[in-house]
Design a protein. Structure first.
Length: 206
């Protein structure tokens, strides 16, 4: 079973993913895979250099700060980068699935809906949190200004439309309640793993 896990920046996707892992799910973090592949895939690395120039890399390391400073100010550049990276990540994930048959796999990505990938999963889980709480988390976690955070939020679509299109919604406000929601959703995934038909528009929240 392949489950998409998504949510806006600062919503707490990583925390929720770790809770699912603790219950036995396998995870694939698209953002981490993309960063690794941009360094290790020679063709993709060459394409990134052509798009952003020699400052894209510092030795063998992807210069993430430099690329971020461009793509979050120039949406066209972000779209071009996604067009290069997503096919490579998709191929990598296809092999990952083949290597782990019979498992519940959570594919975590902040932009599943933005890239039109929602129909490739058996289920979709959306993680939400109040905007001010998301901003506070990012300020505590990353060396970003409020303006930079807002730029990143502006490049992601809002939750309202995503809620309607998701099978499960986890409201990540406090860890205890979040853990209860994760437990409930995971139990439902286990129950339906072998089902021939999946339910639609199942929303679980606190």
């Amino acid at each position: 079973m392949i489950v998409g896990l998504t949510g806006g920046i600062g919503s707490g996707k990583t925390t929720v993913l770790q809770m699912f892992e603790a219950l036995g799910a396998l995870s694939y973090v698209a953002d981490l895979a993309a960063k690794e592949l941009m360094c290790t895939d020679k063709t993709l690395r060459s394409q990134v250099l052509n798009l952003f120039g020699e400052n894209s890399y510092v030795g063998d390391r992807l210069h993430r700060e430099y690329i971020s400073s461009i793509v979050f100010k120039e949406p066209a550049k972000l779209k071009q980068l996604n067009a290069l990276v997503h096919p490579v990540v998709h191929a990598h994930f296809e092999q990952f699935k083949l290597d782990h048959p019979g498992r519940i796999i959570l594919y975590e990505s902040a932009i599943l809906f933005e890239v039109g990938a929602e129909n490739t999963f058996d289920y979709l889980i959306l993680v939400t949190a109040p905007k001010q709480e998301r901003i506070a988390r990012i300020l505590a976690r990353d060396a970003l200004s409020k303006e930079q955070i807002q730029q990143r939020m502006d490049n992601q679509s809002g939750d309202d439309a995503k809620i309607i299109r998701s099978h499960f919604v986890i409201q990540n406000h406090d860890l205890s309640t979040t853990r209860q929601q994760v437990q409930t959703v995971y139990e439902m995934l286990l129950q339906t793993q072998d089902a021939t038909e999946k339910p639609t528009n199942i929303v679980k929240s606190s």
